[in-house]
Design a protein around this ligand. Structure first.
Ligand code: PLP
Length: 472
């Protein structure tokens, strides 16, 4: 048989299509601050995306044109006035790294090849940044949700002395603790791990939206008195609603005294370690048993990549290693080395996500990433002050980091939803909404290295305009 390879018959045509695509991608990046923030996908493109399974290909040129047509219709998080949820902005360098990773097409489940050494380096850098000991372990994953599942599995297995790995959960009633401001990935992990979400106790917060430490202590005491077994406390470093950071040192003290695993959700907040001036806000983070955070948020590594760091590497390994005969290691050759990444997580085949993390750090350095984080926090303080100064607006939570929650004062109950929807539909800016103390508010999260003060000024002015328009 000849001609069955999927490589192009006409390499020149492939090169032409690839160069066009690269130009289009670079243009998109270079003009990221221009134009609308978000544009809904036009009907004709939606139509073109609902075809039957193609039996015959259309070739690289037409395929590449179809891909290029999609470029303007992203979430909008590359734009400096995207303020919704917590989304990183990506970098052009990260895009280039993704091209190289695709060219290598490496599988990082294990074995001895170049990509593995890059991921090992990323793990070592993270260990250094968070001052974790030799013997701690880490894994590049898709994001904080996956990192949380991995970390809490190790915590669960340790508390059950790994007997559950063969025998199942048994009769022990494990319980864990986090604050009411927690991200729902923690409850999802409890569900996935067979613990049930009722086993996750939601502790109240103080006026700064930080976990109420006294309430945490009483909850642990009450559970112990009732014969339950507390196995983890999940602290939050940068809560998704308002950016609050729990008192990590106080939680670490309790976890130590009670022999409970201390996990931290630092999805974006843990990135403050990159900033000399903000790092003290994370006091206690280096005492965690495990930490989950994202590179795709405040490090601006292109989606999707996060990390799980575990203090006791041996426990981490025991929780995930399952030696299969077809995966046996060797002294030399491709199957040498180990343990492999697959021994530290649920996935066997893994892509080369680590490369774009490595390149962003190599290209910019940690200090520059830290400076960008500082700038975001300064802009949030600036917006917070402007909200306080505007008689039409009300600040709804203290500005802890990079998130500003505020409301437009109006007799219309849905005014804040309406303002946010209008800003998005008009392509001006894209904040999201959240609920603070039972009330829907406008939430501006500044997690973009491209955002300037002019972007904040414009957004604020438009909020006031639309608010006035909608109130009449
Ligand atoms: C984004 C976020 C998560 C979830 O992270 P993913 O990378 O989206 O899985 C968890 N916790 C907090 C505080 C977050 O901001």
């Amino acid at each position: 048989m000849v001609g069955d390879s999927l490589d192009p018959e006409d390499w020149d045509a492939l090169r032409a299509a690839a160069h066009d695509m690269l130009e289009a991608a670079l243009n998109k990046m270079q003009t990221a601050s221009e134009g609308r923030v978000w544009t809904p996908l036009p009907e004709d493109i939606k139509q073109s995306l609902t075809t039957e399974l193609p039996r015959e290909g259309i070739g690289i040129a037409r395929t590449q044109q179809a891909v290029q047509a999609l470029l303007p219709y992203g979430v909008g998080n590359t734009h400096p006035r995207f303020f919704g949820w917590v989304h990183g902005a990506g970098t052009p360098g990260g895009m280039v790294a993704d091209i190289a990773a695709a060219a290598m097409n490496a599988n990082l489940g294990g074995r001895d090849h170049g990509a593995i050494y890059v991921e090992d380096q990323v793990v070592a850098w993270v260990r250094e940044l968070f001052d974790f000991p030799t013997g701690s372990s880490g894994l590049v994953v898709s994001g904080t949700s996956m990192a949380t599942v991995v970390a809490l599995k190790v915590a669960r297995d340790v508390k059950l002395a790994f007997a559950n790995q063969r025998g199942g959960l048994g009769a022990v009633e494990l319980v864990g603790y986090t604050s009411v401001q927690t991200h729902n990935c923690v409850a999802r992990a409890f569900d996935l791990l067979g613990l049930g979400t009722d086993a996750l106790r939601l502790i109240g917060v103080d006026e700064n939206f930080e976990m109420d430490i006294a309430a945490l202590k009483s909850a642990i005491a009450a559970d112990k008195a009732a014969g339950k077994v507390p196995f983890c406390i999940v602290g939050t470093a940068g809560s998704v609603n308002v950016g609050a950071i729990d008192d990590l040192d106080a939680i670490a003290d309790i976890a130590k005294a009670e022999d409970i695993w201390f996990h931290i959700d630092g999805a974006f907040g843990a990135s403050l370690m990159l900033s000399e001036s903000m790092r003290p806000r994370l006091n206690g983070i280096t005492r965690a048993d495990s930490l989950a955070f994202d590179f795709h948020k405040w490090w601006h590594v292109n989606y999707a990549v996060g990390f799980v760091l575990i203090r006791h590497g041996a426990d981490h390994l025991r929780s995930f290693t399952m030696q299969a005969e077809y995966l046996a290691g060797q002294k030399r050759g491709l199957a040498a080395g180990g343990p492999w990444a697959t021994d530290y997580g649920p996935e066997l085949s893994r892509g080369f996500r680590a490369l774009k993390v490595w390149t962003v750090l190599k290209e910019h350095g940690a200090d520059k990433l830290g400076a960008s984080i500082n700038q975001n926090c300064e802009l949030a303080q600036y917006l917070g002050q402007a909200v306080i100064a505007a008689p039409q607006l009300e600040l709804c939570a203290p500005v802890a980091l990079n998130i500003v929650c505020f409301a437009y004062k109006s007799s219309r109950a849905d005014i804040n939803d309406e303002i946010v929807m209008e800003l998005q539909m008009r392509g001006i800016a894209a904040p999201s909404t959240t609920i603070i103390n039972g009330r829907t508010v406008i939430r501006v999260c500044i997690a973009n290295h491209r955002t300037t003060q002019a972007d904040i000024d414009l957004t604020l002015a438009e909020i006031l305009n639309i608010g006035l328009e909608m109130s009449n």
